[in-house]
Design a binder for this molecule. Structure first.
Ligand code: GTP
Ligand code: MG
Length: 180
C-alpha cells in the first residue's frame, strides 16, 4: 500500500506566479507517515495554488483522489530543519459540499478518504478584497479545531484599490497572533 499522502501520485509541475516565499522544498519521496501534513484550503481563486507553489517550489506530485476524478496535488516544504507535506485542496465557499471537489475537501478535512491522512494543520488562504465573503468558510474551518494559520492574500490588489486591512485587528478578532 502506498504511504499515506502519496498514493497514486506522480511527479509533475504546476504553473502560475508565486506570491510568497518560504522555502523551495522538493517533491521527492518522503516518509510521509512521520512528516506533519499541512493542507491549503480557501475559496476558489483565493491564492491557494500560488502559496502551494511558493512552499513546494513547484515540485508537486499530481494524481487523483481514490475513486473520483478530482485532481490531487501534494508537495513538500522545508522550514529550517522541519519538513512538511503540503496538500493543495480544491477551493470551496463552504464546508457544506455541493460538488465532488467540495465533497473531497470535506472528506479530507475529516480524515474520511482512504489512504489520505487527515491534515495535522491547515493553511487557509483568505482574499483581502473579498474578506467578508470568506468569513463564513473560515468559521466552518475553525470549527474543525485543527491548528490553523490564516494567510491573507491579494493585499496588493486591496492597496491598488485604495483599500486597507488592519491585519492585527483581524488577528485579534479571530484570536490569532498576526505577523507579516
Ligand atoms: N494580485 C494578486 N494575485 C494573486 C495573489 N495570489 C494569487 N494571485 C493570482 O490569482 C489567480 C488565482 O490564484 P491561484 O493561486 O490559482 O488560486 P487558487 O485558490 O489556487 O484557485 P482555485 O484552485 O481555482 O480555487 C492567479 O492568477 C494568481 O496568480 C495575490 O496575492 N495578489
Ligand atoms: Mg488552485
Amino acid at each position: 500500500m502506498p504511504a499515506p499522502g502519496t498514493g497514486g501520485l506522480r511527479p509533475g509541475q504546476r504553473g502560475g506566479p508565486v506570491t510568497a516565499g518560504c522555502h523551495t522544498g522538493g517533491g521527492s519521496a518522503v516518509a510521509t507517515a512521520t512528516v506533519p501534513r499541512l493542507a491549503l484550503v480557501g475559496s476558489p481563486n483565493a491564492g491557494k495554488t500560488s502559496i502551494f507553489n511558493a512552499l513546494t517550489g513547484l515540485h508537486a506530485k499530481t494524481g487523483n483522489y481514490p475513486g473520483v476524478t478530482v485532481s490531487r496535488f501534494v508537495g513538500t516544504c522545508r522550514v529550517g530543519a522541519d519538513r512538511y507535506v503540503v496538500e493543495d485542496l480544491p477551493g470551496t465557499y463552504s464546508l457544506e459540499p455541493i460538488s465532488a471537489d467540495e465533497q473531497i475537501l470535506v472528506d479530507v478535512l475529516d480524515g474520511r478518504v482512504d489512504g489520505v491522512a487527515r491534515p495535522d494543520a491547515l493553511l487557509v488562504a483568505v482574499d483581502a478584497t473579498t474578506l467578508r465573503r470568506s468569513l463564513g468558510l473560515l468559521a466552518q474551518i475553525l470549527a474543525r479545531r485543527l491548528p490553523t494559520c490564516v494567510l491573507v492574500t491579494f493585499t496588493d490588489e486591496l492597496a491598488r484599490r485604495q483599500g486597507s486591512l488592519d491585519v492585527d485587528a483581524l488577528g485579534q478578532a479571530l484570536g490569532f497572533r498576526s505577523s507579516r
